[in-house]
Design a protein around this ligand. Structure first.
Ligand SMILES: NC(=O)c1ccc[n+]([C@@H]2O[C@H](COP(=O)([O-])OP(=O)(O)OC[C@H]3O[C@@H](n4cnc5c(N)ncnc54)[C@H](O)[C@@H]3O)[C@@H](O)[C@H]2O)c1
Ligand SMILES: [Zn+2]
Length: 663
């Protein structure tokens, strides 16, 4: 295909995809659409004489169905995109000395709000940029953050983004499991397309302002202050003096994107001074005084090649999506969760479908749904939940409203392997020299069934297996030996008792139980007496520990400690405790200033506890101190700053620990 044909093909695709998108039924994820635009832009830049006419890249939005068209006072444009720091530098070079704000680029839809003599007269969507749709009634009824009155004379126009908050989105999907929304952006767009506000009353939106026009001669020329004075919540704007600080803010915004209650797809740089922004003017489809820095996509589409039902350590049978590999949320994803059979049914997902995969932060990737059912070929297959366990083949039971499937066979082979892997995991016995593959092999060979069987393994027995050499067999046995000191807290975690969390295990230790057997002997009544342990958790502990009593005996016989360890208890606080009564969070890399040696964070936290502190893992309003080591991530710092939490360098704390004789 020659370049001219490729350009035409891409331009046609852009038109078709935009049309579908602005009608509310996108056919692909934004990242895939953007890739098509990028390729088209690149080709046209290389051969401007081949630019199609009309060039869709010079246009904004799409020919959305307009119920009540309204012409914008000035076009609502797109934004120029950047992905590299050099582009940020070039932006600053274009406007020497001008103050710039950097703010999140919210992923919703833009609205223009027109006030006349202080009253909200109209709310209009972007439409094709020149003409938008009148959505005043819907916006009045459904959108928070839009004052009905402002104290400003004449005509005032505020532009910004209407989003569905993630919390609203999640609450809606919990309340409507039968017809879930696919993502917050689609949900927001669909809401403002509704015919009747009452029908979408639970789908509230939130408005964040990012642009302001007032009558000429208005006193306030600063964008952020101007919006604030009118009573708007603006997109979170931070002033930057130069490209380096702007780049740092962009990085911070990206790192914190999962702590926000709304989706963002980038950061926007914009001249902070309103007259300067207006004077900078526009290109065909974007203002010159702003730049959008794009972040990595959190959503992509890919083909669902199969669904496999996986048996977990508690017997839950969960559907796992096998995907054609796709790069999303910063990694290549080949597996994603489908939650349960009700979710599959409600989202109408079939094998062979092109599905939308979402991966935000560290959460497990999940299949959000099918974007475009018209792409189906007829070869798709229904996802049929199993009626028997894929491992032991015994019949399954269903539990709860979402009809989760469980295998209740205690000797189910797949569950056995999962439980053994869990026992060996880091939070439990930490048998790090034997990986999952070997556990599975040993279980298949019939020599591992219960955790206690690890402690019967011998080097000679291991050496009978192919591909285990002298060295690795020795390491495996040493690792097992070391794990005999597992103790009450980690043993309880390792036994994977339903409803008993790591927190439960820690609380039981601190409540004074001396051994796992003592926990069992306390009975349900004795356990509910412990703070934060409810009747369900207590009943589950008693039921499962009773069943496991013979296993506890075997573990004891083989020299495994099930007694409370010193590490399970809070340390004795030193006299004159310098951190008495303080709640502290430790972040960054910690090292002992006397030797320069690295100190693991849990060890340092324990030192702080010995000095009287309570440690927490994340910064909140109740944090007193954020103790920083080397290479601190920006997100904790900004959060501390926002909440007014005092930040101290580890050096100061080390001095106090040394002075108090803690170390
Ligand atoms: N999936 C598809 O098929 C498909 C098709 C067409 C467009 N799209 C997507 O739609 C989006 C539309 O592209 P575009 O060119 O209209 O928009 P854009 O990405 O150029 O950004 C402009 C828009 O950003 C929004 N915005 C959010 N926060 C802002 C802030 N702080 N300051 C200024 N603006 C802010 C405004 O609504 C503005 O209209 C893209 O993300 C694209 O991927 C997807
Ligand atoms: Zn089974």
């Amino acid at each position: 295909m020659d370049v001219r044909e490729r350009i035409q093909e891409l331009a046609d695709q852009v038109v078709v995809l935009r049309d579908a998108y602005y009608r509310g039924s996108p056919a692909v994820a934004d990242a895939e659409y953007d890739a098509i635009e990028d390729e088209l832009r690149g080709l046209i830049e290389a051969s401007p004489e081949l630019a199609p006419d009309p060039n869709p890249l010079d246009q904004v939005g799409g020919p959305a169905v307009l119920h009540a068209p309204i012409r914008h006072s000035r076009p609502m444009l797109s934004l120029e995109k950047a992905t590299k720091p050099e582009q940020v530098e070039a932006f600053f070079d274009r406007f020497p000395g001008q103050p710039v704000v950097v703010m999140p680029k919210l992923d919703g839809l833009s609205l223009a709000l027109v006030y006349e003599d202080g009253r909200l007269a109209r709310a209009v969507t972007r439409g094709d940029g020149t003409t938008g749709d009148d959505v005043t009634m819907l916006v009045r009824a459904l959108t928070d953050g839009i004052p009905h009155q402002v104290s400003a004379p004449g005509r005032v126009e505020v532009r910004g983004e209407a989003v569905m908050l993630r919390s609203t989105f999640a609450a809606y999907n919990t309340a409507h499991p039968d017809k879930p929304l696919i993502n917050p952006r689609n949900a927001a767009a669909g809401t403002l397309r509704a015919k009747d506000p009452a029908a979408v009353a639970e789908r509230r939106l939130r408005f964040f302002a990012f642009d302001l026009d007032t009558e000429p001669g208005s006193a306030e020329t600063d964008l952020d202050n101007g919006l604030l004075a009118l009573g708007f919540t603006a997109a979170d704007m931070r002033r930057c003096a130069g490209a380096a600080s702007a780049q740092a803010v962009i990085t911070t915004i990206e790192q914190q994107r999962n702590d926000l209650d709304y989706d963002i797809d980038g950061a926007v740089l914009r001249l902070a001074d309103r007259p300067a922004y207006a004077a900078a003017g526009t290109r065909s489809s974007s203002p010159r005084g702003a730049l959008a820095y794009k972040f990595a996509a959190e959503e992509k589409t890919t083909v669902l090649s199969d669904v496999v039902w996986d048996v977990g350590k508690t017997g839950k049978i969960a559907p796992v999506a096998w995907l054609e590999p796709v790069f999303v949320g910063g990694t290549t994803v080949t597996r994603a969760t489908l939650a349960n059979q009700e979710v599959i049914r409600a989202r109408g997902i079939k094998i062979g479908d092109t599905v939308l995969v979402r991966r935000a932060g560290d959460v497990i990737p999940f299949v959000a749904g099918v974007l475009d059912e018209s792409q189906r070929t007829g070869a798709e297959r229904e996802i049929v939940p199993p009626s028997t366990c894929p491992s032991c083949e015994l019949p399954l039971t269903e539990q709860g409203n979402s009809r989760e499937l469980f295998c209740t066979n205690v000797s189910c082979p797949a569950q056995t392997v999962r439980r053994l892997i869990h026992w060996a995991s880091r939070a439990a016995a930490d048998i790090d020299a034997i990986g999952g593959v070997w556990i599975e092999r040993l279980a298949e060979a019939g020599i591992l069934e219960h955790p206690s069987d690890f402690y019967r393994l011998t080097k000679d027995r291991l050496l009978e297996f192919d591909r285990i050499g002298e060295v690795s067999a020795t390491r495996m046995i040493e690792s097992i030996d070391a794990s005999r000191q597992v103790g009450l807290r980690r043993a309880l975690i390792g036994l994977a008792i339903p409803m008993a969390s790591e927190g439960t295990a820690a609380r039981l230790c601190r409540a004074g139980f001396a051994s796992l057997e003592a926990v069992l002997d306390a009975g349900a009544d004795g356990l509910v007496a412990v703070e934060d342990i409810g009747p369900k958790v207590a009943a589950s502990l008693v039921e499962h520990l009773s069943r496991l009593r013979p296993e506890l005996e075997r573990l004891r016989e083989r020299g495994v400690s099930l007694d409370v360890l010193e590490e399970d208890l809070p340390p004795a606080v030193v006299a004159g405790a310098p951190l008495e009564g303080k709640t502290v969070v430790v972040t960054g890399a910690i090292s002992d200033p006397r030797s320069g040696e690295k100190v693991p964070r849990p060890t340092f936290q324990r030192l702080c506890e010995t000095a009287g502190a309570t440690t927490a893992s994340s910064v909140s309003a109740s944090t007193d101190l954020l103790i920083t080591g080397a290479d601190v991530g920006a997100s904790k710092l900004t959060k501390a700053e926002k909440l007014g939490v005092e930040v101290v360098d580890q050096g100061v704390i080390w001095e106090q620990l040394i002075a108090a004789g803690v170390v």
